[in-house]
Design a protein around this ligand. Structure first.
Ligand code: ATP
Ligand code: MG
Length: 717
């Protein structure tokens, strides 16, 4: 598999498959997903020999064998009915062997994995726009064709009843022919039956296409959202992002609702309009003129409406942002009794949104009102005019034709008006697409996460003159930071609040990548390492850790395939979490709700440490990870840290210097600059800032001693 990927210029990492030697052989689906994660195009397929020998230009194909191994098909020759196989376990210089059908079917399970370099842009990489949507819709070509055929047939069928009515009026009434009436009635019954069935089928197909489009849109939007850099999420309220991405519902509704029905109606129009002209050109022109008038009215109002609509969406976005903020911060709101303030903010936003919406609707009321007389004209006016024409028609043909015309003009008027209205909706949906685009059309992280090197990471870190300024801030958060730590050692980072400690860990994780200077891990530039791989090699524990809904076990395993309860228990023990987990009623199966209200801060932190440890990362970053622990649990974790540290590089940010005394090196930061670096004892001697921090934190010790000396005995005897 790795060799097949290499053929396409991509490296696969066996560790990412998460597959132990003792596990059953990986399935084709697992293997293909593995390749997809590395940015290749891959499908797991079941093939027959006939299909296999015809695959000539496909590059190597991985064939899964019955004994759990795999072979690589490097060439196929349909003439001689042979394929060239290559044993992946053999040396790279071996020659492929020719195998015929009988031999292969003996050993081969029939499963194969196709691989291709993903050269063409995947749909997920193209920006979200109308063209992109059109691409998705056209992907449903077959269903759309069926819908079109059904609609065309329905349109043709709708022509019959008016024509029949025309005959009834003209012939049956005139000649009193009952047999003709019976015949025509029978015809109408048949036609109606047909129409009913077709309409049912069309609705069904539309529903299926709608559901499919909906799923595709949601999946793609979400996967783009996941690939946005963290910067974006830090800069935009979650409520706003949610509101904007939810606009996709509106787009989908439009695509499968209005747009589709109007387009289908156009088919009806194409069939019926000529017929109208055939029946009576004068009346037909009136209908068309009315439609054009309606169109003009709507177009005239388009521009001012668009401007107002923009205000409506802005106000709605702000409203959602306020809602999201309040819900996410509800604990603080309650704790500080901030309800009145939040309500005031909300009131204001609701009022604003309401105002804009009202003025939008006021304005849009105008075209709707102005259009009405023309709509009536299309229906009733035509009848009146038609009656006048019929009176003056000596042949009497016009009476029947008028009836037919009445019935048909209703069917024509609706699509014409719908078409004009469509423009309005296109505007709204255009705005919705813009909203979604403003979220998902930002530069993605993806390039770095699918390309880049995957060097074996030992954990040596080197900062060379790293300067970094957060976008939008004037002061650099890190300035000319240089230090180096060898693999397998621990680094403590101390410094006042805001001195840049967390920023160093963020740079290491590749969250912020536009720094100046060099940041090297084991000698390779951090920016050249595959981002996903980099983060998977790291374990990160923060001060505030998010636990997902699910059992404790699931949270520790964090959905990584191939890990078991035994791994979770091991990691929990290392993190000092086993003790409290076992006291919980359901142990490792205890269910954690969203936001984990049933766990204390310290318990959460220990779970987070276990979660970071479970995949045995080469590099562990703890950013104030023990800040919520009581002294006793902290002592447990600190004692464990030494064991945890064994064989890996650790970066520990902590305000409590006592946790850091055992670190190999301590980095002292002062306003984004390196003040000093060295072990505890050395720093105590030579670094003033460190000495001050240490003295501050240990003052209580000295004082306690002093207190003890003078404190009266609690029970004087
Ligand atoms: N996402 C961000 N966007 C803009 N500026 C930021 C961001 N995060 C941090 N900063 C700024 O960068 C500087 C360093 O922040 P950093 O979080 O690294 O400090 P810290 O040493 O971890 O502080 P603390 O001990 O309080 O956690 C601060 O002045 C802060 O205002
Ligand atoms: Mg911090």
């Amino acid at each position: 598999m790795i060799r097949a990927a290499r053929f396409h210029g991509s490296e696969l990492d066996a560790r990412e498959l998460r597959h132990g030697a003792s596990d059953p052989p990986p399935t084709a689906a697992m293997l293909s997903e593995w390749a997809q994660n590395a940015g290749l195009w891959s499908r797991a397929v079941r093939l027959r020999w006939r299909q296999l020998v015809r695959m000539r230009d496909s590059g190597p194909v991985v064939l899964l064998l019955r004994d759990g191994n795999a072979a690589l098909m490097v060439a196929a020759d349909p003439q001689s009915n042979l394929v060239q196989l290559w044993d992946p376990r053999g040396p790279a210089t071996q020659k492929p062997v020719a195998v015929d059908e009988l031999l292969l079917t003996h050993a081969w399970t029939g499963e194969a994995i196709l691989l291709r370099a993903d050269r063409r842009q995947s749909p997920e990489d193209t920006p979200f726009s109308l063209a992109w949507l059109a691409g998705i819709v056209l992907g449903e070509r077959k269903a759309l064709r069926d819908i079109a055929i059904a609609s065309l047939t329905i349109s043709v069928l709708t022509v019959f009843p008016p024509l029949i009515v025309m005959s009834v009026v003209n012939r049956v009434l005139e000649f009193r022919s009952v047999s003709t009436l019976v015949l025509l009635s029978a015809l109408i019954v048949v036609v109606t039956l047909y129409e009913t069935m077709l309409t049912y089928a069309r609705r069904l197909i539309v529903a299926v296409v709608g559901a499919r489009l909906d799923a595709q849109l949601s999946l793609r939007i979400f996967s783009r959202l996941l690939r946005l850099p963290i910067d974006y999420f830090e800069r935009h309220p979650a409520g706003e992002t949610m509101y904007r991405t939810m606009q996709v519902n509106r787009v989908r509704e439009f695509l499968t609702g209005k747009l589709l029905t109007t387009l289908l109606d156009l088919i009806t129009l194409a069939v019926l309009l000529p017929l109208l002209f055939y029946l009576n050109a004068f009346l037909a022109w009136i209908v068309v003129a009315c439609a054009v008038a309606i169109l003009l009215i709507i177009v005239a109002f388009l521009r001012p409406l668009r401007a107002l609509y923009l205000n409506v969406t802005t106000a709605e976005t702000l409203k959602s942002a306020a809602l999201g903020e309040t819900i996410f911060g509800i604990r603080t709101v309650k704790a500080l009794a901030l309800e009145p303030q939040r309500r005031a903010v909300w009131d204001e936003r609701v009022a604003q949104a309401g105002r804009w919406r009202l003025s939008f609707q006021r304005l849009s009321n105008w075209p709707q009102t102005l259009v009405l007389p023309f709509e009536r004209m299309m229906g009733l006016g035509v009848i009146l005019l038609g009656a006048y024409v019929a009176m003056n028609d000596p042949t009497g043909y016009m009476v029947g034709a008028l009836f037919a015309f009445m019935m048909l003009s209703q069917r024509v008027a609706a699509p014409l008006v719908g078409l004009a209205r469509l423009i309005e909706d296109v505007e709204e949906v255009g705005a919705a697409i813009g909203e979604i685009g403003s979220v998902v059309n930002r530069p993605l992280e993806n390039h770095a996460s699918t390309s880049g090197m995957r060097p074996a990471i030992a954990g040596a870190i080197r900062f060379e003159d790293v300067t970094f300024t957060y976008p939008g801030s004037a002061m650099p958060a890190l300035e000319q930071v240089s230090f180096e730590i060898p693999a397998g050692t621990t680094l403590g980072i101390v410094g006042k609040s805001g001195s840049g400690k967390s920023t160093i860990t963020r740079l290491l994780q590749g969250i912020n990548r536009d720094y100046q200077g060099q940041l090297k891990i084991d000698g390779s530039d951090l920016r050249e390492i595959n981002l996903r791989y980099l983060r998977q090699s790291f374990g990160v524990v923060l001060q505030d850790n998010f636990l997902f809904r699910g059992s404790i076990r699931d949270n520790i395993i964090a959905g990584r395939p191939g890990l078991t309860l035994a791994d979770a228990v091991m990691a929990a023990r290392l993190a000092g979490a086993e003790e409290f987990i076992e006291r919980l009623p359901n142990g490792f199966e205890t269910y954690i709700e969203e936001g984990s209200p049933n766990l204390s801060g310290g318990q959460k932190q220990r779970l987070a440490i276990a979660r970071a440890l479970i995949q045995d990362p080469r590099l562990l970053i703890l950013d104030e990870a023990t800040s919520a622990l009581d002294p006793e649990s902290e002592a447990i974790v600190t004692a464990n840290l030494q064991r945890i540290a064994h064989g890996r590089t650790m970066v520990i940010v902590s305000h409590r210097l006592s946790t850091l005394t055992t670190c190999d090196n301590i980095l002292v930061l002062e306003r984004g600059r390196v003040a000093d670096i060295g072990p505890h004892q050395v720093l105590l001697e030579r670094c003033l800032i460190y000495r001050q921090l240490w003295a501050q934190q240990n003052r209580h010790m000295n004082r306690n001693v002093a207190h003890a000396a003078v404190a009266p005995a609690p029970f004087p005897r």
